[in-house]
Design a binder for this molecule. Structure first.
Ligand code: AHR
Length: 514
């Protein structure tokens, strides 16, 4: 009896006995001309808590390898996962940031209060040049968020001239004096942040006019054609998207942002713990996480009305899990631990973005180091890689690869009489012809056997990596920094033309077919 028939019999037997159906079928084709933009794998770093200060930018006396005050162990870790872009300086901070405060001799820079995040003093020691030096070290593209809420058109316009122009204007000469004769050529510019909230509490009608005004004075300099990104909707504010798309001509904006956070309880006043949760709470968190599929689908459909050729990108430039802060830490610093649950959330969101790459051409996980769903945590000279980091490592193979469309029939994961799809998947083919398939099993108890057919795709061997752990609440700590890490995956086999994968409960897997 071949493996397929054997599996069918087992499946029938289990159903007959009234057990959960633990099989899925996936069909992958190569009938697509779409590319999964590498910018889907972007990151975000705000002047918030210990993200910049104590994260990327550390005290001169800290005994770690540094360039200036930039910590090189975190730089090297982030280079390994090929982060394509870094959004800065906020977030809410962006709309109270004045770039001129962050250039010139550090000791002469003005100090300000970071009113959004803990009321701490911002000494502006990390400014434009330091951020661009960091991006140079990371080998990633900078994505600036310009101040619309409390700034001026002139301020934003001069910032662009300062970093991008090669003229002899006074502002460019300042850049030269500050040590950088060549233009930096920064192309990604956000025009404000959350202009419906901390960025000015604007209506979409008012913001569209502001956008047009600011964008008109955001000039292209040689070699730096701007990709202007409008401040987009909060979660399911579909009216915001509709008004922005209606009022702003497509040629004026490269993209429109979307912000959506997975709040475990769905309630901002009691978000839930990062490390201690029941299965029911885990399930509720996954319901919140999967809402991203609905949001991307519905915002894209509204964009299609005004932009059927999909020229304007949807840029999910703030996403991730937002839990209660770790007990005893500053509530304004948004420091949270990162468990296997976070890893499955990251993998699920990345699968959603990959599968919507016709419209989603950028994203930024919030917020890289020590803030919200981080890739890295630091404690003085120590650092650890979170389970979320490992997902980005496993998924980097999808960056700029050809998107492969998927059809799937999967069992439900049922808790308290409610259900969600247990399995989610995305796939791509890289320039060398290798196919990569990323699968997530959200079910905490059941292994699921997936029969996969690949139409018009030739392959001989399959290898893979898996991220899982004994408990969904497991985390990496400074004492056990490597508890969760990817391991070789042995659960995938070729069966005729089919690929059969046994996905362990609560796991994420990326396969490579050659
Ligand atoms: O990422 C934390 C905050 O969340 C950002 O500053 C803001 O844009 C959003 O509300």
């Amino acid at each position: 009896m071949n493996l397929k028939k054997y599996l069918v019999l087992i499946f029938m037997g289990l159903n007959f006995a009234g057990f959960a159906q633990n099989t899925a079928s996936v069909s992958i084709s190569n009938d697509s001309k779409l590319t999964i933009s590498k910018y889907i794998y972007g990151q975000f770093a705000e002047h918030l808590g210990h993200g910049i200060y104590g994260g990327f930018w550390v005290d001169k006396s800290l005994p770690v390898e540094k360039q200036d005050r930039i910590r090189l162990d975190v730089v090297n870790a982030l280079k390994k996962i090929k982060i394509p872009s870094l959004r800065w300086p906020g977030g809410c901070f962006a709309d109270e940031y004045h770039w001129r405060d962050g250039i010139g001799p550090a000791e002469q820079r003005p100090r300000m209060v970071n009113t959004n995040w803990g009321g701490v003093t911002e000494d502006n020691s990390f400014g434009t040049h330091e951020f661009l030096e960091l991006c140079g070290l990371l080998g990633c593209e900078p994505y600036f968020a310009a101040n619309v809420g409390s700034g001026t058109v002139e301020e934003m316009s001069k910032w662009i001239e300062y970093v991008n122009s090669n003229s002899t204007s006074t502002v460019v000469q300042m850049r030269v004096q500050n040590g950088h004769p060549d233009p930096y050529k920064v192309t990604f510019w956000g025009i404000g942040n959350e202009s419906w909230g901390c960025g000015g509490n604007m209506t979409p009608e008012f913001y569209s006019d502001q956008f047009k005004r600011y964008a008109s004075f955001a000039k292209n300099y040689p070699g730096a054609p701007l990709k202007k990104i409008a401040s987009g909707p909060n979660s399911d504010d579909y009216n915001w998207t509709d008004v922005i798309m209606k009022n702003i001509p497509g040629w004026m904006m490269w993209g429109i942002s979307l912000h959506y956070y997975t709040v475990p309880s769905g309630n901002w006043s009691h978000k839930g713990s990062a490390t201690s949760f029941t299965e029911s709470e885990y399930f509720g968190t996954m319901v919140q996480c999967l809402k991203m599929e609905e949001l991307v689908t519905k915002h894209s459909a509204i964009m299609d009305k005004y932009d059927p050729d999909k020229k304007v990108s949807l840029v999910v430039d703030e996403w991730g899990v937002w839990t209660d802060v770790e007990p005893g830490t500053n509530p304004g610093f948004l420091f949270q631990q990162n468990s296997l649950r976070d890893a499955l959330i990251a993998a699920t969101n990345l699968n959603i973005f990959n599968n919507h790459c016709d419209r989603v051409r950028g994203a930024a996980l919030a917020q890289t180091i020590n803030v919200l769903q981080s890739l890295i945590l630091t404690d003085k000279d120590k650092m650890l890689l979170t389970p979320t980091y490992h997902i980005f490592d496993m998924y980097k193979v999808h960056q700029d690869a050809k998107y492969l469309p998927i059809q799937l029939t999967v069992p439900d994961y049922v808790v308290d009489g409610k259900k969600i799809p247990a399995i989610n998947v995305s796939a791509s083919q890289d320039a060398s012809g290798k196919v990569h398939i990323s699968l997530v099993n959200l079910d905490l108890h059941n292994n699921i056997t997936i029969s996969t057919s690949l139409k018009d795709i030739q392959w001989k061997t399959v290898t893979g990596q898996i991220l899982t752990s004994a408990n969904i609440t497991d985390i990496n700590t400074f004492d056990h920094p490597d508890k969760l890490h990817p391991e070789n995956f042995k659960g995938a086999k070729k069966d005729g033309d089919n690929l059969v994968v046994v996905m362990p409960a609560k796991s994420a897997v990326t396969l490579e077919l050659e």
